[in-house]
Design a protein around this ligand. Sequence first.
Ligand code: F6P
Length: 461
Amino acid sequence: MKRIGILTAGGDTPALNATIYGAVTRASQMKVEVVGLIKGFNCLFNPRVPHLLLNPLHQTIPELDPTLGGTLIGSSRDFVDPEKKEDLDMVVHRLKRLGIEGLVCIGGDGTLNGLQPLAERLPTVLAPKTIDNDLGLNYPNEPDEFLRVPDPSAKCGYHYQRAESRSVFALDQMVNYVTPGYATAVYVSASAIERVRTTAESHRRIAIVEVMGRHSGYIALGSAYGRPDIILVPEVAVDVEMVAERVKQIYDLQKSVMIVCGEGIIDKDGNELGASGGKDPAGNHQLSGAAEALRSALISLIGDAYFRNYRRGESAKEAIFTRKVGHTQRGGRPVLFDRFCASQLGAKAVDMLLEGRNNATSIIQYNATEGFHVEGFDANHLRDRWGLIHARHMHPEFYDARLMKPSRMGIDYLMPIFSNAIGNDDMEHIRNTLFAPGNLLRPYHSINTDVNKRIRYLMEE
Ligand code: F6P
C-alpha cells in the first residue's frame, strides 16, 4: 500500500490526535501516505470529500500535535448503514478515487459494528478510542453468552439478554484492557470530585456528581481516586432506600456526603434513571438526568425534617445538589497514559493494514509479566452469533455493591492504568500555559483555522 485513509468517528476523546500521530509516524517510516478524512464518515457523503494529506513527502505536518485534545481532522456521529449497499459502494468508490488502498477508522464499538461491510470492499481496520472504556471483552468467549429474546415491544421484534456466565473472571483474560481517553476522563472526574468535595464539606451539603460512560460504569469506578463516599454504577441496580440510609449514616458523621453516579444508572426494575427519551444520530439513547432523578428520590426519602435538625431550618432541596462533569471529561490535553496507548494503537493499526489484515482492530493487552502491549484482534471475535458487537459492561466483580465502592478486583484493575498515568510534562504544561500573559492578549487560535488551509477536495484532483 502506498496511500491509506484515516478518520475519527463518534464522540471525540482527548487522545485522538495521539492515535493519528502514531499512525502517521508509522506510515511515514513505511513510506506510506496518510490522507485524513474530514469529520469522519460525514465527508464521504459529501461529493467534494474534504480531506488533507497528513504526511506530505512522508513528513508529519506540524499541526498534528499528539498532546492536543480533540481531533484535527474533526469527528461526527455519522455512520454508513450496512443495509444501504449503494451508500457503501459510493463511499468506497470515493475512497478509491482518492487513491486510498486501506482505511484506519478511529472509533468505538459503534464504528467497529459497521466495519464488516466496508471491509468487504476495502481493507479496513480500527484503532479503538472511547472514554467509556466499553470496547472489548471481559473474557474471550463473552460474545457467545448473548441470547435473543422475542420482544413484541422492540422495533426489531427481540432484545438481547445475557445467559449466566460460565467463565472464571481473570484480569489477564480481558480483551482490550483499556481504551485511550478513559484515563483522561477519570483524571478530570476524580479532580472534579476532589474540588466539589471541599465546598460540600464547607456548606454541609450532599453533592451528587454525574459522570459519563453510557451503560458502562468504568468512569464512575475510576472516579474512586477522588475518594467519594458512594459510587453508583449502571451495571448494578440502585437500591435508593439503601443509598438514602447510607447517606444519613455518613452525614451524621461528617456533615457532608459526596456521591458519584454513572449517567446510565438503573433502578430495581431496570429503568434508566437518566433517560431523556431522545436518541443521537447513531441511535444511542441520550442519558441526561441520572443525578437529578437520584436527587429527587433522596429528597423525598430523607425529607426536610432530617435536615432541619442539622442545618437549622434548611430543606432537603437546599442540602442536596447535583453537578455533571459533562464534556470536560472528553476535552483537553490527554494524560501521558492515554497518549502512550493511543499512539501505539494507531501505529499497530497501520502495521495491520500493511500485513494484509482486514476487519480487525488493534487492542491494548495487559499482564503482570509483559505490562501493557499492543496486539491485533479479528473483529469477528468480538461479535455475537448474529454478528453484533455489544458494548462491554464493567465486570460486576469490579464493584462491591455493599460498600458502593470498587472491590479488591476493581482496585487491582485500576492500579496498572493509573499509578503512572500522569506525566511530569502534564503538570508542567499547566504551569507554563494556563496563566501565560499572552492568553489575555491574543484571541484563541483554532487548529481548524490552520487545517482549513490544507484541505483539498476530490473534484480538484
Ligand atoms: O460515548 C462517549 C460519550 O461521551 C458518552 O459517555 C456520553 O453518553 C455521550 O458520548 C455524550 O454524547 P454527546 O457528545 O452527543 O453529548
